[in-house]
Design a protein around this ligand. Sequence first.
Ligand SMILES: Cc1ncc(COP(=O)(O)OP(=O)(O)O)c(N)n1
Ligand SMILES: Cc1ncsc1CCOP(=O)(O)O
Ligand SMILES: [Mg+2]
Length: 544
Amino acid sequence: MNYRKDTDVYKLYLVTDSGMLPEGTTLFSQVEKAVKAGITLVQIREKDSDTKDFIAEALEVKKLCNEYKVPLIINDRIDVALAIGADGVHVGQDDMPIPMVRDLVGPDMIIGWSVGKTSEVQQLAEWGPDYVDYIGIGTLFPTETKKNSKKVPMGPQGAIRILDALQEYKADWCRTVGIGGLHAPNIPRVLYQCTSSDGKRALDGISLVSDIMASPTADVATKRLLEFLDDTTYSYLGDLNLQSNDEPTSHDFHDVLAQVAKNRPLVQHVTNKVHQNFGANVTLALGASPIMSEIESEVGELCRIPNAALLLNTGSVAPLSMLKTAVAAYNEVTRPIVFDPVGYSATTTRRDLNDALLSYGQYACIKGNSGEILGLAGLNSSSMKGVDATSTASDAELIQSATRIVAYRYKTIAVCTGETDYICDGTVGGRRFISTGSGIGPDDLDMYYVQDGHIPMMGDITASGCSLGSTIASLVGGLGPDGSVFNAVVAAIVLYKSAGRLAADGCDGSGSFHVRLIDNLYKLTRVNNPDTWSAVLKKIDDSE
Ligand SMILES: Cc1ncc(COP(=O)(O)OP(=O)(O)O)c(N)n1
Ligand SMILES: Cc1ncsc1CCOP(=O)(O)O
Ligand SMILES: [Mg+2]
């Protein structure tokens, strides 16, 4: 059978490795379990087998695959693929060049290629539809399976760049699977995040080795993975509501604060030293409980405390393993993380660390100043230095574009702070798409802003921006079931700005501003009458 035209076979792609089989299993028995459980594509990848053994193994698997109508791909060995009449071959960048492969295998065999760079996409587009049928995009995450790989893991953002290049070069015939370090805990998030920036293309599937080959129950593992692929939503915040429908009102803000008062959230702060004391006091003023903990071994308990939330501020940095553990733990129990990428593009070290953290998890909200948000969106240039202080109309447009891009790429609620705060929800309601994407792009996202005149005092005290992070985490953490995450983020911004305005209007200098900011957060929260708050929320009307 010729599967070349069959574009649905890439959903769940098993690549074999006989070096990791659990006791009592064989390569064949593992593949058999996976095929019977519904795997859609199989690749035999035996790096250390003799040719004779490779062929014998491949013939056995071929019989099974034929019976279940699952295409069989052979890794690296074009000769073996031809000899056994496989359905396709997979080659990497260091293997036989694609035009030669096509010459040898003829027009009917599937050809897969490993791709990690956009220049490789350009190349396959130049060859056109007669050459590469699908690409394995990777390596996504670190993997023990391909030990001596020189490739640096690209994370979901790297996969998005490849999907964007496929769109740019109009390689619409080419299907895609992600590969490398994919396991049950990160697969739903990868499928959620990896869509092209125009929203028109998502991964066609995932490819993996160890999650099935090393499993003592390969059939159970396969079925679980298929469930992820069939699920069209990603509930990374459990029973909280990711849908942002209408413009939030004072009534909604009242509701958010009432939930905080009732649920008294615990906000774990992993934050910089300058912010610690102020952030703890702001959190207390809001009626939430702060804990300033960077102890790796207690994260698993903290995240399970009812209404826990994590503020991850990278201003001074805890050990990477602690940060990874914290992100994984909060994601696992579907509790919110607010991410503040302090000084994102200031140095390569900071950018790499923040990028690594962003690739490890899913964030409810990413909050930064204009420099950080522009950096995350890849729109910063030296001419943008100091944009916070001197925003012009065109700067404002650029900042809005950057906020939209960050929201969309990280499928999060992005907040860009400044004299005007911008808020954009890129979560697409937690919906997930395979192959075609949502059709929604960053420019389709609603953009809100909050203003209350210029409050220069905010810049005259330390950690005022960081404490907005504490405020967002407190209000999102306080939500009860079905509480709206977007409403909580917006409520936090309007509340914080209104308290800042009151503090600035009545203070004698930066010292009393600092104290009065806490006082006013305390008072506004206790009184809970958002109709009296001075900061104004508006939605940008793009038709204007
Ligand atoms: C689906 C898929 N994607 C990528 C690879 C890796 O191929 P390659 O880079 O040639 O590395 P080896 O597998 O040959 O070690 C793959 N095999 N399958
Ligand atoms: C073959 C290959 N190519 C890139 S990563 C990889 C191995 C993936 O293995 P695992 O799914 O166990 O991480
Ligand atoms: Mg290879």
